[in-house]
Design a protein around this ligand. Structure first.
Ligand code: PMP
Length: 360
């Protein structure tokens, strides 16, 4: 069977090379006589796999030694709670930027633990842009500032790094981690669910500056204290071993591709193919502000929404799947993470052109 071009927002397409390697190694990993899924997480084989994955991620993202890399579970959604539980550190409030559905979820959860100061919101224009930093009302006493540099549903990406002075910057990078280089030293904490640009679901990566650890809220469960995992190399309990192995294969693949700078160039070129076409027609419409157009998630609508079903059906027949927009916003969304080849984006645009010709 042919593989399709999968535009899912997550779990998302993985590089074919990675899947093939995993298949080849599935029942007998490198001659050890068992699958990675069957290994003790404390055995030397798996310890090696985890250490290599961490080393490769550190190299790709240039993560300095005073940052811990944690391999956790619970999804990015659990980080909505773990961040305030661990980073309030005696303070009563935190700053949040509100740029869409994922920001809103993070804010809602944080409100269970502290006062939340919304530094700015783009709700006034239906979350189609990100307010510039001049518009933010920062609280110098905030425990941290949380933002979502790529809103997966709205397709709004922030390409600059906020300046929060001494207030630790926290980013939910679930849907744009590894898509371009970032300066980790500007952040106190970065988190991301794996199922978009890292690997399969079930793994959440946290990158945290060491000095922020060790002052959780009273009553924080052991498993929700970052320090538990930092002190135990993410092996306090059984980690998601197979997902870590798969992430490690993705990191190796990224290194073979030339690292994050090369991925950024590729992702710019890919996104341009689609946005250029969207700009050239009024049959389709892209709602996001130009300077915030995500390179990872491209939402668009058809001028005539009664054609949505036919569009999706025809796309599927062309091997282009998972294009339906999020249930909260409707329309279409093409997620074009690292693993989506430019050929997939070109095939989508060809299909969109033909569909326009037929129905326009
Ligand atoms: N944040 C962002 C930006 C996301 O895109 C998602 C998932 N789509 C989440 C958080 C929630 O992630 P999870 O399902 O891993 O909890």
């Amino acid at each position: 069977m042919e593989r399709v071009y999968n535009f899912s927002a997550g779990p998302a397409a993985l590089p074919l090379e990675v899947l093939e390697q995993a298949r080849d190694e599935l029942v007998n990993w490198q001659g050890c006589g068992m699958s990675v899924m069957e290994m003790s997480h404390r055995g030397k084989e798996f310890m090696g796999i985890a250490a290599q994955a961490e080393a490769d991620l550190r190299e790709l993202m240039e993560i300095p030694a005073h940052y811990k890399v944690l391999f956790l579970q619970g999804g990015a959604s659990l980080q909505f709670a773990m961040v305030p539980m661990n980073l309030l550190r005696g303070k009563a409030s935190a700053d949040y930027l509100n740029t869409g559905e994922w920001s809103k979820k993070a804010i809602k959860e944080a409100k269970k633990f502290c006062a939340v100061n919304i530094v700015a919101s783009s709700e006034d224009r239906n979350f189609s842009y990100a307010p510039s930093q001049e518009q933010w009302q920062l609280d110098p006493n905030a425990a941290y500032l949380h933002y979502t540099p790529n809103e997966t549903i709205g397709g709004v990406e922030i390409f600059w790094t906020p300046d929060t002075g001494a207030v630790p910057l926290v980013a939910d990078m679930s849907s744009n981690i590894l898509s371009r280089p970032i300066d980790v030293t500007r952040y106190g904490l970065i988190y991301a669910g794996a199922q978009k640009n890292i690997g399969p679901a079930g793994l959440t990566i946290v990158i945290v500056r060491e000095d922020l650890l060790g002052q959780p809220l009273a009553g924080t469960p052991t498993m929700l204290d970052y320090k538990t995992h930092a002190d135990n190399d993410s092996m306090y309990n059984t980690p998601p071993t197979f997902a870590i192995y798969m992430a490690g294969l993705v990191f190796k693949w990224l290194k073979r591709r030339g690292g994050l700078k090369a991925m950024e160039e590729y992702n710019i070129a890919k996104a341009k193919v689609l946005y250029d076409y969207l700009d050239s027609t009024d049959f389709y419409h892209c709602p996001t502000a130009r300077e915030n157009r995500s390179r990872m998630n491209v939402p668009f609508t058809l001028r005539d929404p009664s054609l949505d079903e036919a569009f999706l059906k025809g796309a599927k027949e062309h091997g282009l799947v998972q294009l339906k927009g999020h249930r909260s916003v409707g329309g279409m969304r093409a997620s074009i993470y690292n693993a989506m080849p430019i050929e997939g984006v070109k095939a989508l645009v060809e299909y969109m052109k033909a569909f326009e010709k037929q129905h326009g």
